[in-house]
Structure formats: C-alpha cells, structure tokens
Design a protein around this ligand. Sequence first.
Ligand code: GUN
Length: 285
Amino acid sequence: MTAQLIDGNALSQQLRTEVAARAAALKAQGTTAGLAVILVGDNPASQVYVRNKVKACNDAGLHSVLEKYDASLTEAELLARVEALNNDPSIHGILVQLPLPKHIDDHKVIEAISPLKDVDGFHVASAGALMVGEVGFKACTPYGCMKMLESIGMKDLRGKHAVVIGRSNIVGKPMAMMLLAANATVTVTHSGTADLAHHTRQADIVVAAVGKRNVLTADMLKPGAVVIDVGMNRNDEGKLCGDVDFDGCKEVAGYITPVPGGVGPMTITMLLVNTMEAAERAAGV
Ligand code: GUN
C-alpha cells in the first residue's frame, strides 16, 4: 500500500473534543446548545442515523430532543412542529431526517426550517449562501470532506484540480462549491459524463459520491492523488464498502479515506459543529 489513510474516526474525535469545549464555554455563559431531530416513520437506517446523531450530541454536552412520529403524520402536522421549533429559543438546530414518507413533500419541509437553524445546510438559503460566500450553514458531508483535506495540509487548493463524481444537492453540488471556495479548479462529473476516467486521471483530488461500488478504480487515478470516498454501499458479502475500489486505489493514491471509518463519522461531527455555530450565533458570541 502506498497511500496514507485519512482516519475519519481520529479526526472526528479531535473535532468533537473542540465542540465539547465550545459547548462548555457557552453553557458557562448561560446557553446550552440544543439540537432537535425529527424522525417520521420507521425506516431502519434512519433510526440508526438518528440514534447516532442524538448520542453524539449528548456526548459533546449539547442538549438534544428526538421527536419520533408515526408514518401517518400529516405534512401539516410536521410543518407545525417545525414552526414550533423555529420559535423555541432552547433549540438552535433543527434536523428533519430524510427520506420522509411519500405523502410529505420534503422540499416544503426543509424550506420551512428557519435558515438560522438549518444545521443540515439543505435549505435553499444555505445553498445560496454557500454559492455566494455568505454566512450560512454548510451541508455536513461535504463540509466533513473539506476538513479531511485540511487535516492533510490541503486547506488552500490553489493550483489543484478536483474532480467530483456525483451532482446531488446533498453532496456533489455543495462539495463543488466548497472546493471552488478553497481555490481549486473543479470538474463535476455525473451519469451524463462521457469518459469519466479522462477527467479523474487529471485530478489531484477525487471525491466519489455516487452511491455505487467501484465507480473509481486504480487505472482511473493519477499517482499520488487524494481520494475521498463518500459512498456507503454493501458488497456481495454484505460488508460495508464505498464507491471506490479501495484495494486497487490505495496502491496508486497518495491519500485515501476508508469505508467505514472515513467520511461517515465526519458527517455527524460537522452536524455538531454546525449546531454549536448556530448556538453561538444566537447567543451573539
Ligand atoms: N438522510 C441521510 N443523510 C441525511 C442527512 O445528512 N440529513 C438528513 N436530514 N437526512 C439524511
């Protein structure tokens, strides 16, 4: 193996310790940072995610409220809950776990969250703030990827070419904006891209965020490139794996993130960072 691992667990630990210190400092001034998490229905993966988010909050000394509702909850009822949390001064961040049941318009629900409490960074105002470089909340997964790059000394990406594979609103598009803000030259590739390898072979940084195994293989990489794997898939044996052929790519890359233990823990960590930021802004710190 030639690549060095970027350890998402270790970096998360470090960042969560910093959040805990900020939470304690704010508490000493009379404000306990608070996150509300809403789960509708009984999607098993969502239940695990939500449990992990609430636990991470509590471990860092943040206050958290988990509201669980039956899948029969109406859209109007959910919108009323969001509105109540928008007006609750003990809550600084609101997260509505996706996917929502089909009878609820998730776009409408996300847009109902106050941008001041949009710690997921999914609101149109948050996406717009990122695009024009204004203060807002950054989507947690790409924000975590940027922290991973920073951790290996890649904060200013001037002169670097970054290739993003995937164009989702949650990862690919905000990822491209964050890389651009860090001065990288950015190429966004997707299902309509011809000859993906032609692009990735020129990349100093590749971020794979498609949700499909083996999207990136060793022959598609420039030696020494940094590989960030956002994927979360299962292989034929049922083991967790990313979008990247890890075993092949680790022999060519300079740095690579593992799955599990890479981007995954960073997403929750950045949710804590955003919630902390929201609480500090609300308290005027
Ligand atoms: N479902 C899967 N990932 C996420 C996430 O980061 N935030 C929310 N709200 N729902 C999700």
